[in-house]
Design a binder for this molecule. Sequence first.
Ligand code: GLC
Length: 473
Amino acid sequence: MKVLFVSSEVYPFAKTGGLGDVAYALPKALCKEGVDCRVIMPKYSDIPEDYSGKMQYICNFNVSVGWRQQYCGLFLLQYEGVKYYFVDNEYYFKRNGLYGYYDDGERFAFFCRAVMESIFRMDDFRPDVIHCNDWQTGLIPVMFRDRYDKSPDLEHTKTVYTIHNLKYQGVFDPKLLEEICGLSYRYYAEDKLKYKDGMSFMKGGIVFADKVTTVSKTYSEEIKDAYFGEGLEGLMREKAYKLCGITNGIDFEQYNPLKDPYIACNFSDRSIGRKKTCKTDLQEEFGLPKNPDVPVIGLVTRLVRQKGIDLITCVMEEIIKMDLQFVVLGSGDRDYQDFFEYYASAYPGKVACYIGYSEKLANKIYAGSDMFIMPSQFEPCGISQMISMRYGSVPIVRETGGLKDTVIPYNEFDGTGNGFSFKNYNAHEMLNTIRYATEQYGKKDSWNKLVKNAMKTKNDWSSSAKKYIELYK
Ligand code: GLC
């Protein structure tokens, strides 16, 4: 089975969020299962020299962007047993960062066309499945149906489209259709790409792919409802026959407290006592009092609305009255950054924050905290709650999307469960859950059992990869 996995970001080459982690771990897991899965992404100038220096040039050709022709180079890199292709065009991809430019519509329309044209230049490789991800690749299923599905090389090929976050759809001026995408204006219709007064790349992927998936079962249901559907709930209901949810995993080698070089002391579910050293180290790193008995709550996230930061700001005064420490790592909206910086300076013994991102500090938080909070307003899958479980930091989450599917609420009477959860997007419901969790933290024996439950949760990719293989079949 041959699969071409298309993504606008892939760890460790270029990543801004969870998509990058999935695009790294899933193809790797598929290859382990015997699938010939190759990955293709843009050759951004941000890709570290360590990798770009080792890429092998394959060929170059012209790609049509509307009536114009643009240069396209194709490069290849083998990394950890997986083949990665890179689409090169410096005009589009030699910039700082990955997205956020005025011409993103054109950049990714070019990328989609370039991917289709590249397939014919991958000597021995004609994919059975082209697996596209998020809005940046949404035009591929459209272009495929428009022009390529009759080509003798690809007549048996099918397309899969995965929604990682319906909120970011890639909506652009419909005049791009003919001028840039090489698609007729007839695609600007309600049952095709039209979205309000624009055209949505994501809608194109959903309408034209053979199968559509989202990254958890709960999210695949939620998006049929207006609260989560971002204006596409009707479409999601109509396409329910080809829609399913497959929950992401995390790479158990990438996230492994037994081997992690960043943390003060390595441990596993059989040596959770050693987490204490990580906790002291975390407290020291963040300038908090080194108290082994006070519960430490971690938060590692993009500081944006989706992540439920509003719930925290709403009850922060009550949170700091409790006997706990709160450690924050992330960046994002200015208001939220200022908020946490203010609390860290006003309550230095209780709250600490690092505005920015650091893999090392993130892992120190996963390993050194006792609980991990993730009160998202919506969460297609979520990765941090799975990492925190792997490191024995018990998650406190809102029951939405993948959070609901991966966190089983703790039952203090029979000792089952691997975290804490609350249902409504309500700050006091969250606060009560934090209170309940810190209460349980006081009962040492049962708490240690809960930490072990969390650590034993099998959130690795193997079972999800098998589900994708079934879907491809
Ligand atoms: C997006 C979603 C997140 C998901 C990730 C990977 O970033 O917001 O919930 O885990 O994609 O699928």
